[in-house]
Design a protein around this ligand. Structure first.
Ligand code: SF4
Length: 394
């Protein structure tokens, strides 16, 4: 079976990426024909204002893929933007995808909710400045032909500028909290590209005629959309695309150092590129059971992120020992963390060495991506040839 998956180039990977995605990718490459994509065009959907880090992030991410065991002999590792055929098929799919299919996307709906809040905010600002604006226009040293239209135009522009000023912190930010409006969701995703990104995802899958797509439960609707787009294309122009199947995979939630889900944005992640001193510092700063204040207090390993890591990285006997001695109070958190660090380091240290080798030979890493992108392009070109013939355009 041909399997496709991808990741946005967010830079160096952390343990959460490994347990959530990469471990499964490694398993899949042993059983299937696997295509793994650096989704750099997707990175633009929410990050179009800050693109300068994308090339570096791409490289760092690829170094981690290779370090962790994604094998370019077994998998095609490629960069989405190096296969321009994605853009052409995206255009064609955009023509045949009803807008309503995209508007149910939960991410998009959340954004729309924010847009309603923004509309409230805009009305409020307009109400606040209307009278002053009238006075201002009346005092202009120019002849005004259409007072009302000028007033409307200035109101629109000024309220937008005030919303921006609010987000940038020039006005009292408490208002944002009251209205439950998020700057990121409004400004970063109120775009045509964001509405259409599930169509681009369908392209990523169908252009390679992939039959399997590993996804977590929350991504199931996107695979369903790809199936619907494939069906619609096939109905309109003749059988071309197989309907891909979702390969439902568990994505275990790995806690970060503060107990929340490990994430770059929470600043709670342990990276494969971290030195052992950095990892030690992070481990010693781990949150633990808040009721266990000192050695002697009984603890609750079942809610402690340190124990979660023991279960992943410590030998079986040690896990049992930690559980027992935490509950009885015999074990203190500092010692417990040191013990956990041993297991974690035994996992990380060989990877750290391997990563350094790739870091020294970045040209080899780039060559792997170039070669993979060429292999992907060969297939994408064949699909596009077929598509152009069927659609009779291009
Ligand atoms: S002893 Fe270990 S498992 Fe128990 S609360 Fe402290 S860090 Fe967590």
């Amino acid at each position: 079976m041909r399997v496709l998956s991808g990741m946005r180039p967010t830079g160096k990977l952390h343990l959460g990426h490994y347990f959530g995605v990469i471990k499964n990718w490694i398993k899949l490459q042993e059983q299937h024909e696997t295509f793994y994509m650096v989704a750099d065009w997707h990175a633009l959907t929410t990050g179009y204002k800050k693109t300068e880090e994308i090339p570096q992030n791409t490289e760092e991410m690829l170094i981690d893929w290779l370090t962790l065991g994604i094998d370019p002999q077994k998998s095609v590792l490629f960069q989405q933007s190096k296969v321009k055929e994605h853009a052409e098929l995206f255009l064609i799919f955009s023509m045949i995808t009803p807008k309503s299919w995209l508007e149910w996307n939960p991410t998009y709906k959340d954004t729309k909710y924010n847009l309603l809040k923004i509309a409230d905010l805009s009305l409020m600002f307009k109400g606040g400045i209307r009278d002053n604006l009238k006075t201002f226009i009346a005092k202009l040293p120019y002849k005004v032909e259409d007072f009302e239209r000028l007033e409307d135009m200035l109101l629109d522009n000024l309220s937008d500028a005030l919303i921006e000023a609010l987000f940038e912190g020039y006005l009292d930010k408490e208002l944002l909290k009251e209205l439950n409006v998020s700057k990121r969701e409004f400004y970063d995703t109120d775009t045509y590209g964001f509405l259409g990104y599930p169509v681009l995802q369908a392209v990523d899958i169908l252009i390679y005629k992939a039959q399997g797509v590993p996804v977590g439960e929350d991504q199931l609707p996107h695979v369903e959309l790809s199936r619907e787009i494939a069906r619609r294309f096939n109905n309109l122009y003749g059988d071309t695309f197989p309907e891909p199947q979702a390969l439902l995979t568990e994505t275990p939630r790995l806690p970060g150092t503060d107990g929340r889900k490990m994430s770059k944005s929470y600043n709670n992640a342990i990276y494969f590129a971290d030195s052992n001193q950095e990892v030690q510092r992070k481990v010693m700063g781990f949150f633990t059971d808040p009721q266990k204040l000192r050695k002697g207090d009984p603890g609750r390993p079942e809610i402690c992120p340190v124990f979660f890591y023991h279960k992943l990285f410590s030998p079986k006997e040690r896990i049992q020992e930690v559980e027992r001695d935490c509950k009885s109070g015999k074990l203190g958190c500092v010692d417990c963390k040191r013990m956990m660090l041993e297991g974690l380091e035994a996992f990380l240290e060989p990877l750290r060495e391997k990563r350094k080798e790739y870091e020294k030979d970045r040209e080899k890493v780039r060559e792997i991506l170039r070669g993979g992108s060429q292999r992907a392009r060969d297939i994408a070109q064949q699909t596009l040839q077929e598509v152009r013939e069927k659609v009779k355009v291009g």
